[in-house]
Ligand binder design. Structure first.
Ligand SMILES: NC(=O)c1ccc[n+]([C@@H]2O[C@H](COP(=O)([O-])OP(=O)(O)OC[C@H]3O[C@@H](n4cnc5c(N)ncnc54)[C@H](O)[C@@H]3O)[C@@H](O)[C@H]2O)c1
Length: 330
């Protein structure tokens, strides 16, 4: 009998890729998503990729009565909780929106799990938890700094909620997800104005933007530009499959970094895009941006040891798929 996994935010960027990977290894993903920050095209895209219909509840996770009905009807073995708002910038302007949606949705999911005896939850956390880490590569034992934004605070509080809940839980601390599915049928449909490098690169390449501004070239890094750990979204989706398999068989509470372990500078990322797609990009050097940290990249050893997962795709793979997605976007 196939096991059902409830995927909140399953129509979003990372959730849609995860639904596809879970389906391919024999789970039944069931989506809860009110499309507040995505498009129905991602649901259609999932169905095209897996060649069958997917169950989708168009419901707000903060509607406890509607959520309870899902738990009553479906026999769920685990929940993967993606549903949240994700714009760091917006969270600074409108923190209430972030605390309400990101924390209430998690609390209600946990309430439903308790009531309907579902033990296993995987939570979308973020490397923003670490702030500016003292040690690099950063591992899971690094002390959290004061969060630099209300968004980051919702991830710290989310992990805390899970620590105190009566569930098995895995917090996956994503580094910088980029790229799209190889089919170009699913991707990031969020309404957030891109502040991340790769959407800015692809929008510049297609002509929606005139140029890329590189925020600072005087950091203490090998070429002076900021360093991040870019993880292909298909690899990230597979990390959720590994986490799902693990949590169904093992009890306890865990947190894992999900990154490649490789630091990539902004300039290196731009060069990778140019080389892979044979496109020359306009870029200029600007001032450092407030809130940006100099460098962060993961120590991915713990997740490899425990879950047997490691990133397989290259930066060039991600840049190729990101460009395909931009070109095919409606
Ligand atoms: N993309 C990143 O760079 C990144 C990095 C670290 C962590 N994360 C986290 O990963 C998760 C998924 O991120 P994403 O990039 O796929 O974002 P996304 O916005 O594409 O996906 C989130 C989905 O959740 C849905 N949603 C939000 N609130 C909801 C609610 N109350 N009820 C029902 N549906 C709701 C949205 O419609 C959207 O489809 C989020 O929790 C995010 O904070 C993302």
């Amino acid at each position: 009998m196939k096991q059902k996994i409830l995927i909140t935010g399953g129509a979003g960027y990372i959730g849609s890729h995860t639904c596809v990977e879970l389906y391919h290894v024999g789970y039944i993903p069931i989506i809860v998503d009110n499309l507040c920050n995505t498009s129905i095209d991602n649901i259609k895209g999932i169905e095209k990729i897996i060649s069958c219909k997917i169950k989708w509840y168009n419901i707000n996770c903060c509607d406890i009565n509607a959520m309870e009905k899902i738990f009553e009807v479906e026999k769920i073995i685990a929940v993967i909780h993606f549903a949240a708002f994700k714009s760091v910038e917006e969270s600074v302007v409108n923190p209430e929106k972030y605390f309400t949606n990101n924390l209430k949705s998690l609390e209600f999911v946990l309430d439903c799990m308790f009531k309907y005896d579902v033990s296993n939850i995987i939570f979308s956390s973020s490397c923003t938890l670490y702030g500016t880490p003292e040690n690099l590569p950063v591992n899971e034992n690094e002390k959290f700094k004061t969060a630099e934004s209300p968004y980051g605070e919702t991830k710290q509080l989310g992990e805390k909620l899970l620590e105190n809940a009566d569930n098995n839980s895995i917090s996956l601390r994503y580094f910088n997800p980029i790229g799209s599915h190889s089919s170009s049928l699913i991707g990031d449909c969020s309404a957030d104005k891109p502040a991340n490098l790769v959407p800015i690169i692809t929008e510049t390449a297609i002509g929606k933007r005139h140029e890329i501004t590189i925020y600072g070239d005087d950091y203490n890094t090998y070429d002076g530009t900021a360093v991040r750990d870019y993880i292909h979204v298909e690899d990230l989706a597979i990390a959720h499959v590994s986490a799902t398999r693990y949590i169904i068989k093992n009890s306890g509470k865990h947190a894992f970094n999900v990154g490649t372990g490789k630091g990539t500078s902004v300039l290196e990322a731009i060069k990778s895009f140019e080389k892979t797609n044979n496109i020359i990009l306009n870029y200029k050097i600007g001032e450092r941006r407030k809130g940006d940290i100099e460098k962060i990249y993961a120590d991915p050893k713990f997740i490899k040891d425990k879950l047997g997962w490691e990133a397989k795709k290259t930066l060039d793979d991600a840049m190729k798929s990101a460009w395909e997605w931009e070109r095919n976007k409606k």
